[in-house]
Design a protein around this ligand. Structure first.
Ligand code: ZN
Length: 515
């Protein structure tokens, strides 16, 4: 038994609420230092400084963890959860209490031994993965994955014991989502995507992407992508763009959102779509209410909702004919040698090639979801004990052959290609396809409520769409569950239909398909 501290025991709910919010903000400030260290590591850190950086990250991570599991904060949240304020407060007060209390409970239910062991095993597991993938040697990875899946099962049972173990893990990335619902959506989506892929690949009419593979000088690319990011609304006075091996978006504070991309002189989409994607994440971060920084009202709703924002700008805007009607003159000015003889339509068609391939991160927009749905089914089966880790490579290859019509020639190009499982990120994959589903549904709703939207995009007026997203998605932070957020924003339950419609609408015509 534990007796509450006297100051907490006698305080009134509003005083407690204020103190709980102050504590949450301080924790967020500390966590933002950790995130800044991570950004620096991937963009600027001298190669010899890695060991000291690991110590810096470890020291700050320990402070963040101590703050997240602070006993006095726990007492405040317990009291608040049972107070009148949790039932009669404003939406923000009720939502903040519910979220902060739940986060706290999940954290403190994990034994310190489990947290430390998982962190250690995942660091070693990722190193093993680098070697295993390089040598395409499953036997080097298998023992690590056995341990990681076992630790994650234990974590699942501790943190949300009432839930199905996979749902407990999924909750870390997509609060409140149930894998049975996700599976039902994916099971309807998969055969229809397979059908579209087959229709595209068997058609005699196929887009040709040669125009994208000309020479695009890097200095001009950099000016061009910055201009595009700025025009869609990314605020460079509150953010930056740098270079990294893997593009990402990282937030170091309410007015400090950092994007990265990579460059390929002979393939324009690498930098452009890297920036459109990451700027989509950045617009979300920049649109969160800054007065609620560090509180649930000022934080992103989920990974799926985050991904919906990046995919919306990258694919639904960036691969549309309207976007290219506006963007092409800008591109031709930036790259006169590559584009003087081309047209907006030629570039836009080139961006819509469909080509089943082995590697997820190189996949086109249509086949991408097949990669994801397969990983979701496999990891869920392993967590539930329906599939042994030892059987993953065969299960992977058989499933890949069924969905894509090709069998991976090696494990490096199959089960070993992604870092996620070796890093303990189980329950993470489905959020990518959920993001695509949310994005298409949001875009369809935005078009319904703004009949002039397509014309605006074709004239480079993006502010209306951004404002719509700010109001319907960004402004509520994570006070609501993602499904409820998307349902309220669009006026209908989450459904795969808009994603399918949008894929057929954009990819059908350039492949000579009508529907
Ligand atoms: Zn993303």
């Amino acid at each position: 038994m534990h007796t509450p501290s006297p100051a907490i025991g006698s305080a009134d709910p509003r005083t407690l609420y204020q103190a709980a919010c102050d504590h949450a903000r301080r924790t967020a400030v500390l966590a933002s230092v950790e995130s800044l260290l991570g950004w620096d590591e991937q963009t600027k850190l001298p190669t010899a400084a890695g060991a000291h950086r690991a110590e810096q990250v470890g020291a700050v991570a320990a402070l963040v963890h101590a703050s997240r599991t602070d006993r006095a904060q726990g007492e405040r949240l317990e009291r608040l959860a049972e107070s009148e304020l949790a039932r009669t407060g404003t939406e923000e007060e009720q939502g903040s209490i519910r979220r902060l209390h739940r986060d706290y409970q999940k954290q403190v239910r994990l034994p310190a031994r489990l947290v430390e062991e998982t962190a250690r095993v995942c660091i070693d597991g990722q190193q093993a993965w680098v070697v295993a993938r390089r040598e395409s040697d499953w036997s080097r990875m298998a023992p690590w994955l056995e341990r990681i899946f076992a630790l994650k099962r234990e974590q699942a049972a501790c943190q949300l014991p009432a839930l199905d173990p996979y749902d407990s893990l999924l909750d870390d990335y997509e609060p409140g989502a149930l894998s049975s619902d996700v599976a039902a959506v994916f099971d309807r989506l998969r055969p229809k995507i397979v059908e579209l892929v087959q229709a595209c690949t068997s058609s005699a009419i196929r887009p040709d992407d040669a125009v994208l593979r000309r020479q695009y000088p890097l200095a001009a690319q950099e000016r061009f992508v910055r201009e595009v990011a700025s025009r869609i609304g990314f605020d460079f006075s509150r953010g930056r763009l740098d270079t990294s091996t893997h593009p990402f978006c990282s937030t170091a504070g309410p007015h400090d959102c950092r994007l990265t991309t990579r460059w390929d002189e002979n393939f324009l989409p690498t930098s452009l779509f890297g920036v459109l994607h990451e700027a989509g994440h950045g617009l979300y971060e920049q649109g969160l209410p800054d007065g609620a920084y560090g509180l649930p009202g000022g934080e992103a709703a989920s990974l799926g909702v985050h991904e919906s924002q990046s995919r919306l700008w990258e694919n639904l805007v960036g691969r549309s004919s309207e976007f290219w009607a506006w963007c092409f003159p800008l591109a031709r000015e930036a790259f006169p040698d590559a584009l003087s003889q081309s047209s907006a339509a030629e570039v836009q068609r080139a961006l819509l090639t469909v080509r089943p391939s082995l590697i997820r991160v190189e996949a086109d927009e249509v086949t991408y979801n097949l990669h994801i749905m397969m990983r979701f089914d496999l990891e869920r089966s392993v967590i539930r004990g329906d599939l042994a880790v030892a059987d993953l490579p065969e299960a992977w290859n058989a499933r890949f052959e069924r969905d894509f019509g090709i069998r991976p020639p090696s494990d490096a190009e199959g089960v070993l290609q992604d870092i996620h499982w070796s890093a303990g990120l189980i329950g993470y994959f489905p959020t990518y396809t959920m993001g695509n589903i949310f994005a298409a549904q949001l875009m369809a709703a935005a078009e319904r409520s703004m009949p002039g939207l397509r014309n605006d995009l074709a004239s480079g007026r993006f502010a209306g769409l951004l404002q719509w997203l700010r109001e319907r998605v960004h402004s509520s932070g994570r006070l609501r569950d993602p499904q409820a957020l998307v349902t309220a924003a669009t006026g209908e339950a989450v459904s795969e239909r808009w994603l399918l419609e949008s894929l057929w609408h954009r990819y059908g015509p350039p492949h000579g398909l009508a529907r």
